[in-house]
Structure formats: structure tokens, C-alpha cells
Design a protein around this ligand. Structure first.
Ligand SMILES: NCc1[nH]cc(CCC(=O)O)c1CC(=O)O
Length: 314
């Protein structure tokens, strides 16, 4: 079915970061909008915006600090009208948006699992004693330290190509990436194996693309409503309420994943000390409509189990 737009108008400006993954996500969004409204490519303009997170490549993300490292400049462009919608990896998004902006449109979620990447070793469980592994993700580092205290962790940043080169140079024997990113880049072959959530619970919102808009823009609202995936929306409502109640971001060791079976939602969560010395896990289930409340409830349960000082690293 083809939908009709409220009025013919200027091209819709789609804001995105310039990384290969961000561009692939912007192109996917454009393709879905073109199909939903039977529009030509010329009805859209992809506008690349450089963020602080893209600019500073020589330091671990947590050191640069602050929420919205990859979003601030893009949200400013939305607010000043230089773009109309912005495409984001939801994993990188703060739980609240600035006044005047809405982030309530989600594309169908990709694979939520982490990928195990190594030229030498097939699976996480096959890593030899004391192996050096690279990751800049606080969550992955904490989870690895908890499960495999023998491993040596080194910082690893940069795009997929940079990381593969580091592995070839022997800086580390393995690293980790999101399966979703590899799939979207057509690089699924880079993954030696997928790590099941039971082995390593993914980041909140991993694999989900979200699209942000001005609350006052009715054309954007109409267009985005046509490509929204409600199941992804329900899962993210639970996961992001959990994250919000933990007062966390992707820069803290927090994992969480919601799954749907019929009208029932199950949310699993894990919080860790950054050195992996302590792990607290839990899960809650209930009707899909209660997703956000379940997220808050799971956060409350985990926080109640956290010994004094658990969050002192913040
Ligand atoms: N923090 C970086 C980031 N943000 C989203 C993805 C991958 C795509 C996704 O999870 O949707 C990645 C890279 C990675 O973890 O491999």
C-alpha cells in the first residue's frame, strides 16, 4: 500500500553521522520511506554531521565523557531546522531528548547479539588462557573480566577496518562488535561466531535504529509513523525505562534485553563493576503494555541487591 503525504514539500533532510554504519542506517531509512510513499530518491537529502565522538579518536569514550557524545550536534541541527529527521543507533542514545524533539520511531530490530571477531580463534570459549582481547566498551570489558578473569583487556577503538588491522598486527587475538552493525555493513563474514545473550547479555537497545524529529513537524510525524516497528518500540520501552531508572548510559557497565513471546514481555538485566569483580543479574516478565513499568521494576530489583559502594566508580 502506498501512502500519501500531507503536502508536496521540499526534500526531507535526513541527518546522520558520517561513519559507514551510520550512512548504511540512513540509507535504510530513506529506502523504507521511498517504498512507503512511492517517492524518488530526490525527495530526500542525506546530511552528514560530525559529532564530538567522531572527532576525538585517540581517547577512550568514557574519558571524553558526557552523555550524547554522538548526538549533540545532530540534535542541534534538528532544532535549528537544517535537518528534519535524524537516524541513530539507539544503543548510543541518552534516555531523554531535549525539549522539542521526539525519538519514538524504530525500524525493525537487527540481530541483538555481540559478534566474536578473531583471525585465530573460533569462539569466545576457545580463547586460550591469558589471551589479549581488545574492546573499548565498558560493558563488554566488565563482562569479560567477570567470566574470564585470566584474559588481558586492551583498549580498541575505530571502525571495523581499523580493528581488523589491529588484529592482523597482533595487538590482540580477538575483539567484539555488534552483529547488527556487521550485518548492516554487509560484513557478517567478519564475525567468527555470534555470542548468545545467555553468554554475554547485549547493551540496552543494541541492534535498534531510532529516528528523531521535531515535535512540531507534522510531515515528519506522518512519514515516520509509516515505517515504525511496534514490536521494537515495545522492547525498547522496557529496556530504556530500565536504563533510565539505573541512571545509566552506554558508557556504564549495564546490559539489558527484552524479548517478546506473544503479548508477554521478558526483560533480563545485568549490572557489573567495571573490573568484573561483582555481577548482579535479574529478570522480570509481564504484559507488553506494562513494558516501561517492568523496566523500572527490574532496575529497582538490581539496585536493591547492589552492595554499598557498587556504583562508586561513577
Ligand atoms: N557504540 C558504538 C556502536 N553503536 C551501535 C553499534 C552497532 C550497531 C547496533 O548495535 O545497533 C556500535 C558498534 C558496536 O558495538 O559494534
Amino acid at each position: 500500500m502506498t501512502l500519501t503525504l500531507p503536502s508536496p514539500a521540499a526534500p526531507l533532510n535526513i541527518g546522520t553521522r558520517g561513519s559507514p554504519l551510520a550512512l548504511a542506517q540512513a540509507h535504510e531509512t530513506r529506502a523504507r520511506l521511498m517504498a512507503a510513499f512511492d517517492l524518488p530518491e530526490a525527495a530526500f537529502r542525506i546530511v552528514v554531521i560530525k559529532t564530538t565522538g567522531d572527532r576525538v579518536l585517540d581517547r577512550p569514550l568514557k574519558e571524553i565523557g558526557g552523555k550524547g557524545l554522538f548526538t549533540k550536534e545532530i540534535e542541534e541541527a534538528l532544532l535549528d531546522g537544517s535537518i528534519d529527521i535524524a537516524v541513530h543507533s539507539m544503543k548510543d542514545m541518552p534516555v531523554a531528548q531535549p525539549d522539542g524533539l521526539l525519538l519514538d520511531t524504530y525500524l525493525p530490530r537487527e540481530d541483538v547479539r555481540d559478534a566474536f571477531v578473531s583471525p585465530h580463534v573460533a569462539r569466545l570459549t576457545d580463547l586460550p588462557q591469558g589471551a589479549v582481547v581488545g574492546s573499548s566498551s565498558l560493558r563488554r570489558r566488565a563482562q569479560l573480566a567477570a567470566r574470564r578473569p585470566d584474559l588481558q583487556l586492551v583498549e580498541f577503538r575505530g571502525n571495523v577496518q581499523t580493528r581488523m588491522k589491529k588484529l592482523e598486527e597482533g595487538v590482540a587475538v580477538a575483539t567484539f562488535l555488534a552483529m547488527a552493525g556487521l550485518n548492516r555493513l554487509g560484513m557478517a563474514n567478519v564475525a567468527r561466531s555470534a555470542i548468545e545473550p545467555e553468554e554475554m547479555l547485549p547493551a540496552v537497545a543494541q541492534g535498534a535504529i531510532g529516528i528523531e524529529r521535531r515535535a512540531s513537524d507534522s510531515r515528519a510525524a506522518t512519514m515516520l509513523a509509516a515505517i515504525h516497528d511496534s514490536e521494537t518500540g515495545q522492547r525498547l520501552a522496557a529496556e530504556r525505562a530500565y536504563l533510565a531508572a539505573l541512571d545509566g548510559s552506554c558508557e556504564t557497565p549495564i546490559a539489558g534485553l527484552a524479548t517478546l513471546i506473544g503479548r508477554q514481555i521478558t526483560l533480563r538485566g545485568e549490572i557489573l563493576r567495571p573490573d568484573g569483580s561483582e555481577t548482579i543479574t535479574g529478570s522480570v516478565s509481564g504484559p507488553v503494555a506494562d513494558g516501561a513499568a517492568l523496566g523500572t521494576e527490574l532496575a529497582r530489583q538490581l539496585l536493591a541487591q547492589a552492595p554499598k559502594g557498587f556504583f562508586d566508580w561513577r
